[in-house]
Design a protein around this ligand. Structure first.
Ligand SMILES: Cc1cc2nc3c(=O)[nH]c(=O)nc-3n(C[C@H](O)[C@H](O)[C@H](O)COP(=O)(O)O)c2cc1C
Length: 188
């Protein structure tokens, strides 16, 4: 798949087939992540591959009521749709994906969030090019200050959580959402 085609056709996938991704494919996705640019080429990322569904469900169950509280009164963007998802029975913030990858950044690196987000972007595009679906799950963020749950993420010493991404074989083909016209200023 050409780069531009991959960029234009990737969508967040929220329904996955009930089969695991081979380890070699996950390793390739992570390797693609590590080819992202990073400030001073410090590559301040670390990855945790999570396939323990009981643990992921526990994190999800913890996050849902907090997210609902945070979203009280919000109606912008996809807020209403997201709220109805959060309220639906058996909802998992990870969409029951077979694999979730936590990307953590070196705590002392001041560009860790930028670098890890670029890495995550590469990973989602690589997954798409390999026929997989993915969705960045920012919902996990509300658990970042829960020490007990964070211990379960097994983030290496000296690294802090940046984001979680669900991966799996897509069981849906989402439509492209509305893309706002970019605000562009030219100075020349
Ligand atoms: C930082 C970030 C956090 C996100 N968190 C969630 C989330 O918690 N749950 C979810 O379903 N989608 C989440 N998304 C996916 C966005 O909803 C999605 O990217 C957006 O609707 C645009 O759709 P597209 O990815 O198909 O282009 C997140 C995306 C980003 C970049």
């Amino acid at each position: 798949m050409e780069a531009i085609e991959a960029i234009m056709t990737r969508r967040s996938v929220r329904k996955f087939e009930d089969r695991q991704i081979p380890d070699e494919v996950l390793e390739e996705i992570i390797r693609a992540g590590t080819y992202a640019p990073s400030a001073l080429a410090l590559q301040p990322w670390a990855f945790v591959v999570l396939q323990d569904q009981a643990f992921l469900n526990k994190v999800s169950d913890y996050c849902i009521p907090i997210l609902l509280l945070h979203m009280k009164g919000a109606h912008d963007g996809l807020s209403d749709l997201f709220r109805s998802l959060l309220e639906s029975k058996d909802y998992s913030i990870y969409y029951n994906a077979p694999t979730v990858i936590m990307i953590a950044g070196k705590t002392t690196n001041r560009f860790r969030e930028i670098d890890c987000s670029l890495c995550a972007g590469n990973m989602m595009l690589a997954a798409h090019a390999l026929g997989l679906g993915s969705c960045w799950v920012g919902s996990t963020d509300v658990a970042f200050d829960n020490e007990e749950l964070m211990a379960g993420f097994s983030i290496p010493e000296g690294y802090s959580p940046v984001g979680t991404i669900s991966f799996g074989y897509p069981a849906e083909t989402p439509e492209t959402g509305e893309k706002l016209a970019p605000k562009v200023a030219w100075v020349r």
